[in-house]
Design a binder for this molecule. Structure first.
Ligand SMILES: Nc1ncnc2c1ncn2[C@@H]1O[C@H](COP(=O)(O)OP(=O)(O)O)[C@@H](O)[C@H]1O
Ligand SMILES: [Mg+2]
Length: 226
């Protein structure tokens, strides 16, 4: 069963009274362990697609299934629980909390979900991204690439079914970008987490399994990487 499935999805926003169609008849599915890159120029709908896949929002028409469950018609509390249990997010600007250490940032989602004794899990995830020795550092004491590795550890701390990454290397130098891409590739391969990543980098897209090109809210091309 696909981890994420879109069927004929339309997403419209209203902007100053006019409807903006951000996604137009998008059908897509992502399998466990599949690493998909979403490419296309700014404004083509990448972030909108990630938000729908992550139950941050729901479609205007069509359906979005996350791990088999439709997000349409769900109450906020139900959308929140899908996000907490099934989805991890990584952002271009990391979004770590500056007043918390790396380990505290990573364990926060588990604490918010009401779990106790979460430090061990946080340290295991930091080990996976090779940041365990930086567990006690604050974000301002880390490089961009190191902050993104901590953010990835946080995004997978609850073993989500899908990891959504919105331009995760958009703010990194090429060496850090390569480290982050290698990590994401390893997470998909070793944990069977599906990854959906928006990127402007064709080099990064080349190490994913599938490249989906969006144009004006529509899928222009979906191709398997050789
Ligand atoms: N909250 C919103 N309200 C109104 N329009 C929006 C909103 N979010 C996105 N859009 C519009 O939807 C389209 C797709 O945006 P987005 O998904 O952010 O594209 P991308 O991430 O590829 O740059 C754009 O035309 C954008 O202006
Ligand atoms: Mg975007």
């Amino acid at each position: 069963m696909p981890v994420v499935r879109f069927d004929s999805v339309v997403k419209e926003y209203s902007s100053q009274g006019a409807a903006v169609r951000a996604l137009d008849d998008v059908s897509l599915s992502v399998e466990p362990g599949e690493f998909v890159s979403l490419v296309g120029r700014s404004g083509c709908g990448k972030t909108t697609l990630l938000n729908l896949a992550g139950a941050m929002d729901f479609p205007t028409s069509g359906s979005v299934l996350v791990d088999g469950q439709s997000t349409t018609g769900l109450a906020d509390a139900q959308l929140t629980s899908i996000r907490r249990e099934k989805v991890g997010f990584v952002f271009q600007f990391f979004q770590l909390l500056p007043t918390l250490t790396a380990a505290e940032n990573v364990e926060l989602p588990l604490q918010l979900a009401g779990q106790a004794k979460v430090r061990q899990t946080a340290l295991e995830r930091l080990r996976l991204v090779e940041m365990e020795s930086f567990a006690g550092r604050y974000p301002h004491q880390l490089s961009g690439g190191q902050m993104q590795r901590v953010a990835i550890a946080r995004a997978i701390v609850h073993s989500p079914r899908i990891l959504l990454a919105d331009e995760p290397i958009g703010n990194l130098d090429s060496t850090s970008a390569e480290v982050v891409m290698t990590l994401l590739r390893r997470i998909a391969d070793e944990t069977q987490t599906a990854i959906l990543m928006a990127t402007h980098s064709l080099e990064a897209a080349a190490i994913t399994d599938t490249i989906v090109t969006l144009r004006d809210g529509r899928i222009a091309e979906r191709r398997a990487v050789a």
